[in-house]
Design a binder for this molecule. Sequence first.
Ligand code: ARG
Length: 568
Amino acid sequence: MVFKEVIVLSIFESLNSKEIFSVSKTDIEKAIEIPPQGKMGDYAFPCFLLASIMKKSPAQIAAELGKSIQHPYIEHVDVVGPYVNFFLNRQAVGRKIIDEILKKKARYGDLSIGQGENITIDLSSPNIAKPFSMGHLRSTVIGNALANIVEKCGFTSVKINHLGDWGTQFGKLITAYKMWGDEERVKANPIQELLALYVRFHEEAEKDFELEEEGRHWFKKLEDGDEEALYLWKWFRTASLKEFGRIYQLLGIEFDSYHGEAFYNDKMEAVIKELEEKNLLTESDGAMVVRLEESNLPPCLIKKSDGATLYATRDLAAALYRKREYHFAKSFYVVGGEQALHFKQLFLVLKKMGYTWADELYHIPFGMMLKDGKKMSTRKGKIVLLEEVLHDAIKAARDAIESRNPNLENKDEIARMVGVGAVIFHDLKNDRLNDIEFSLEAMLTFEGETGPYLQYTYARTCSLLRKSHVPNSHTSLYEVFEDDKVWPIIFLLSRFEEVIASAFFELNPSRIAKYLLDLSQQFNKYYGTVKILEENDGLVARLKLVKATSIVLREGLRLLGIGTPERM
Ligand code: ARG
């Protein structure tokens, strides 16, 4: 149950009783605020938007509304100038919410914004034969959280790893391998060796101009299905995927499809033909392009003068394929901001092809991962290997566990959950578009805004529930919900749905991350001042509160892709 709706309804009904019919529930809902301080009420409604309709001052309107609003879940209202401040009935709301959470458990907060429609999510999508970058990590983590969120909102997510496994760079790589490659070394350390070969290709190509030509030649062979080219390409691809697979396993992330760029190789002719038939292709210096100047954008390159297709061509084929295959209601692309122009062009070309569903395609960009204020680069020796970062985080978590709780069982598995959870949360607590400063130390402290802090709070709720035993004769005594220290927890619990909905509509998992921090902080404050297990009076009500908090923390962290150990 969403109590914001109760407030909206109470205002709406009160207005209707005054025969003011021109204000919609949505207008009211948009105006509702949550006051910065609890003593100013749980929700507030500023009356400015009614002034011109009712031809009265906002303060007059607030005073009138204040007198007429009534609802069993509203304890009282305070009128302060133009504001109507609402105070919920703590006991009634508390009982209602806690019962609902205990009944629905992990299904608490499920929404039916969708009715099972598919949403495809293009995420992670690293490039074969190159290291998995911090940008790919961000895409993976944000995309995975969005997938969980859309599922929670009633859609079906289709997670697609659009691997960068095709393009002229593979011609260069094959050339480099044939000239300088060593089979054993590539087998032992595929990504590192292939990257070195690729870098060497570029160095040598500055002196030897034939090399570029040779690279193009091999890509052409690859596109034409040459046996040797295909053999090498497949080997590079499989070996890289195996390395990526280790990262996905650590992160606990799975995909519904690994159809990367290469998958569209035999689907591009049809796209080019369709563009031609729709009179959208024009020639430019021997290349084929779709002009977009009416939207002030540079042309979208479809086919190079040597006949080779491009990244954009493959993305066009992919969008069409996904629509046919999954009939998606929406399609997300979780890709760094550097590619904003590419996606603008892509969506526009589809629109020009006459596909109205192009309006349901969303580029979901994100900021950079910085180290000491600079972009973390995978090039030029500054390689930060993601797998190493994850292992460092797990190792640090293992050390922390060893010193805090040496007798814990399953230390390794818990260290993995904590280390990886720390890395994921460090990303998701930030607004998607912000740049993030990478710091292992900051990620892993048990205090402050970290993954381990949230997991620790969850483990604390579990420990309380394990230790509790309810005496035979007891009364629930829901009066404890009136307590000023309990109320912020209940109020937050009641807002879970609202927060999930905003994470969905804003495509921003940090909404949930910040909410979980608030909830944990309030819970820990409560834990620090109230002896939850000691007194019999109200014990059952307090335990129900702990259980409800535990359920919401666990489900919230699950949505972010973070595991919840019961002990740590
Ligand atoms: N492989 C690309 C890169 O690393 C990202 C691909 C994103 N997805 C897409 N459909 N273009 O930059």
